[in-house]
Write a protein that binds this ligand. Structure first.
Ligand code: NAD
Length: 355
């Protein structure tokens, strides 16, 4: 076993079906008496319902979170928060909503309580993102790490099948890359394997039966563990592909993750043999050469779009993404090879199997 460092992040996690009904008690236990509920416009109604339950400790609802946290949206939100005397930002929603709360926390040092309603995992990390001039910049700051996270699988039953599947595969991608991260460690590996198994077994049930609460519970559990992986170790080539697809081509985040994961693991399948054997075991396939195809087939069975061209990548995309990746690579257990990457991205563009 290699030497390692493991640094746990201090988050108070509450998990359970119906747990969000205890939000007021949990907020009071933490000493928060004047909270602002933050949502997207699409989730405003759920936010208003929560606000009603919080009664006198709710200062209002801020339903203005937008995908990828555009800078003008962030500036307005920070200005708004500074004009109030709230003592907590309560983010109810997916990565976009939690992302806006993170910028508020970054600028004001107000604490965040997060109630995630997708499987994206942002609530478990001290990473924030901000988009300006079509470029998404990310940073790390402990002030943006939520103090409390309340996971209630019931809140995810309204997520449509395709978003559930893609968001779940987005979570799986965090866990997969944690297996071969530069700073991987045995605890995170345990969580990653458990996350992959939970998501692989829950997602096929969810897409057939959105209200299946035990599958929702399992997926939420997997997403929590995957979020811890993302918050604990560095990511690699797959996250580089997705940040390029999102930042340069504005492709939807979860779908881009879901489609390209099969090709990323195919590229890395012999780069870190121990990690890929762990992945093969978690996916229940007999060898690491099969992991790419196994993820491709899983996507197919979940009804996920298989081709990047169908989610907005132009024909010039594969070559451009491969070039950007080689020019500014993230850590990866294998060197970046332009020709091979471009070839795999061409397959992803067309939705062909990775092998
Ligand atoms: P999202 O937050 O953009 O949500 C997608 C849509 O689904 C939104 O319209 C939202 O209102 C709606 N929605 C959310 N939950 C719902 C529910 N239960 N029922 C019905 N509708 C619901 O998508 P996401 O994939 O959760 O987050 C993506 C964003 O998060 C990206 O910007 C990504 O970069 C960021 N992210 C950041 C980190 C981090 O560590 N900083 C980690 C993961 C993702």
């Amino acid at each position: 076993m290699q030497n390692f460092r493991y640094k746990a992040l201090p988050i108070d996690v509450h998990f359970g079906v119906g747990k969000s009904a205890e939000t007021k008690d949990i907020l009071l236990q933490h000493g928060y008496h004047k909270v602002l509920v933050i949502t997207t416009s699409a989730q405003e109604e759920v936010g208003r319902k929560l606000a009603k339950e919080l009664q006198e400790i709710c200062a209002g609802v801020y339903p203005h979170a937008v995908r990828h946290v555009p800078i003008d949206v962030a500036n307005k939100a920070v200005e708004f928060v500074k004009s109030t005397d709230i003592d907590c930002c309560l983010a109810l929603g997916g990565g976009s909503t939690i992302g806006l709360a993170k910028i508020m926390a970054l600028q004001t040092h107000l604490p965040i309580v997060a109630i995630p309603t997708t499987y994206a995992g942002s609530e478990m990390t001290s990473i924030y993102g901000l988009t300006e001039n079509n470029l998404k910049a990310t940073g790390k700051d402990i002030h943006v790490l939520p103090k409390v996270v309340i996971y209630d699988p019931k809140l995810s039953v309204t997520l449509p099948a395709e978003i559930s599947a893609c968001s779940g595969m987005n979570a799986m991608a965090h866990a997969v890359e944690a297996l071969y991260a530069e700073d991987k460690n045995p605890i995170v590996t345990l969580m990653a394997v458990e996350a992959i198994k939970a998501l692989k077994s829950a997602l096929p049930v969810i897409v057939k039966d959105l209200n299946n609460i035990s599958a929702r519970q399992k997926a939420t559990y997997g997403a929590w563990l995957a979020g811890v992986c993302l918050g604990s170790v560095g990511m690699a080539i797959h996250h580089k592909i997705c940040h390029t697809l999102g930042g340069t081509f504005n492709l939807p985040h979860a779908q881009a993750h879901a489609i390209t994961l099969a090709y990323s693991v195919q590229y890395n399948c012999s780069a870190d043999i121990e990690a890929m054997d762990e992945l093969a075991e978690a996916l229940d396939v007999s060898s690491r050469e099969e992991v790419g195809l196994a993820i491709y087939r899983l996507n197919e069975s979940l009804g996920i779009e298989l081709a990047l061209k169908d989610i907005g990548l132009p024909e010039s995309g594969p070559a451009e993404v491969a070039r950007i990746m080689c020019d500014s690579p993230y850590y990866n257990p294998r060197e970046y090879n332009y020709d091979e990457l471009e070839g795999l991205l061409q397959k992803a563009y067309k939705g062909l199997p990775p092998v």
